[in-house]
Design a protein around this ligand. Structure first.
Ligand SMILES: [Zn+2]
Length: 256
């Protein structure tokens, strides 16, 4: 499984940046995880739009869905030009009926409602869901490949013990780290770098990737915070520099 950060900023993007999104690739199947502001541009640095097979949405905050409308336009245009021969498969929760219904245009996007009660087969993976602690209903995601190797995305969440059993047994944790630990009371509904490290430590993952980063301060401090409690490797997600390949014997890091 290739894991490519496309947008790593929380809340809003800086100049030439993008908010939440990762591209996952395996066996020729390509799936976006969230589609924040600036993501459609970032995505096309890696693949042609018509090669995108699926989109999984964790929740309906703008920094996770801002580019869904333009993605829909892109899929429509490419379908009309006969560059694309299938609808985009979209997976999201239906607790917010208005937002969920916007994903279902009947022609270019096909939406499937997901929930913690059931595992979804998406391309080559089995995907599980877990409710997080966030001001709006939000689902953490666990992608498990054919080698039974898993990666978990926390999505947006405050510290919650609900996530511990969900993450346990995974190779890699991709955690939000929205703020610095001394500011955690000011930014409710999110994790600090230190709390992301604590999640990694308590669940025994091998590797921690920090994302959903703050637009203030120095995000490398988040790495120091996480390393203060977690002895595995900690990395800041960076669209310009790195991708990760998750093998059954552990993830490897590569550079573009
Ligand atoms: Zn959010």
């Amino acid at each position: 499984m290739n894991i490519i950060p496309l947008g790593v900023w929380g809340a809003y993007p800086p100049a030439n940046g993008a908010t939440s999104a990762f591209l996952l690739e395996e066996d020729g199947f390509r799936c976006l995880v969230d589609c924040g502001s600036g993501v459609l541009s970032s995505l096309q640095s890696h693949i042609d739009l018509h090669d995108l097979d699926a989109l999984v949405i964790t929740h309906y905050h703008p920094d996770h869905i801002a580019d869904v409308g333009v993605l829909q336009h892109g899929v429509m245009i490419e379908t009309l030009l006969e560059k694309r021969d299938r609808p985009l498969q979209v997976y999201a929760h239906a607790k917010d009926e208005d937002n969920f219904s916007r994903l279902q245009d009947g022609k270019y996007m096909k939406a499937t409602a997901v929930s913690p009660e059931q595992t979804e087969k998406i391309g080559p993976w089995h995907v599980d869901f877990c409710e997080t602690d966030h001001p709006v209903y939000c689902l953490a995601l666990k992608f498990t490949d054919k080698h039974n190797t898993s990666v978990v995305f926390t999505a947006d969440t405050a510290w919650t013990p609900n996530l511990l059993p969900f993450i346990e047994g995974s190779e890699m944790l991709i955690s939000e780290a929205s703020t610095y630990h001394h500011m955690i009371e000011q930014i409710p509904g999110h994790l600090s770098g230190r709390q992301a490290g604590q999640l990694a430590k308590e669940t025994g993952v091998n590797r921690l990737l920090l994302t959903h980063l703050p637009n203030y301060g120095n995000p490398t401090d988040l790495v120091s915070e996480a390393e203060g409690v977690f002895s595995g490797e900690v990395t800041l997600a960076d669209p310009a520099q790195s991708y990760f390949t998750l093998f059954s014997n552990g993830p490897k890091k590569g550079n573009f």
